[in-house]
Design a binder for this molecule. Sequence first.
Ligand code: GLU
Length: 443
Amino acid sequence: MTVHVRFAPSPTGRLHVGNARAAVLNWLFARRHGGRFLFRLDDTDTERSTGEFAQAIAEDLRWLGLDWDGHFRQSDRLDVYHAAAERLKASGRLYPCYETPEELELRRKLQLARRLPPVYDRAALKLSDDDRAKLEAEGRKPHWRFKLDQTAVHWHDLIRGEVTVDAASLSDPVLLRADGRVLYTMSSVVDDGDTAITHVIRGEDHVTNTGVQIQLFQALGRPVPQFAHFSLFTDAAGAGLSKRLGALSLAEMRADGIEPMALNAFLARLGSADPIELCHSLAELVPGFDLGRFGKAPAHFDPAELEHLNARLVHHLRFDEVAGRLPDGADEAFWLAVRGNLAHVREAAEWWQVVAGPVAPLVDGEAEYLAAASAVLPPGPWDGETWKAWTEAVKAATGRKGKGLFLPLRRALTARDHGPEMKDLLPLIGESRARARLRGEKA
Ligand code: GLU
């Protein structure tokens, strides 16, 4: 059996960490099992779905490095869903209802007041043909509900183990709106069936949907896929992440300088028993990926931890991984000199400025000392040993040592108190700029 999974976002917004996680986990599962990963746009909600969001989601997936083996959108398949709806109507599993939203709301309130569960009472099932004809003559158009089997639905969840959803405690879900719009439950099951999805991997917020959808697969005569529901992200305080979604969008993270592989490594393991490991490619995450290592406990998403992982990754990125994002002229020697000081690749530009100039040196009353130091600068060409040779000569010439020896040199040459190793920076700064800065000139 070939594994088929899908990532099925609704293009009603940008990707955030929550749905990016579904993408990463499904992709890894597909690659781990030599399967296919489909990218489906659940865009039957025509009011909220946009082409711009669809494109932005595709861009975000590409930024993560996820590729897909098939791509389609539900809005191209409406006739298929309607055909399936007709089959359900014919078998008596889809029935017309005429209540207005206000009527339903009133009933709900009455049920709650009587301490009854606010479940649809199936009043529409009791309508006679005459009743329906009368309602339609009044201009009412039906919406259509799926008649649930009022039994408990069980499945073996690949993450949560044995799960039961009691369909008897649920409202019959609406699958078709009065205006003909198809709802997610319907389109999702039809597509999962038509694309032979073998595993549905999604957040635990879909557990109840799964109970309903299993019945719908059966009603449509489709094999029921396996399910895995991962626990949702919470913040450090245990609250859901939804309120801060803006800050947790991939677009924002990208703008903040988060590396895609830092995020991938994070999303691939958070909520599992495996530690998060530094890696340079998605391929490295594939062999160790195991849904069975994920658990029911909520997964804490800590942006500070992601930042920390990101910095560690940046410290290890090779030149070829960042070359396109460095300032013109920045070479490998420069990258290797500065990467250990960066939390984000873009900060390399600040150090490029330090190296290539112009920089206004910090001289602060040390002009004489700096002139003495300049006088013993070794002749070029400079390399990684030059700084040591030079500072030893400065020490011998001036009698200074420790901070009093090194800091004024660093401040004059880089205009900063801290930074990458001076032995690496000095050859990059080069003799003419170094001499000028030691004279207190901007160079
Ligand atoms: N469009 C649905 C969502 O984004 C898909 C859920 C599913 O995986 O079935 O929540």
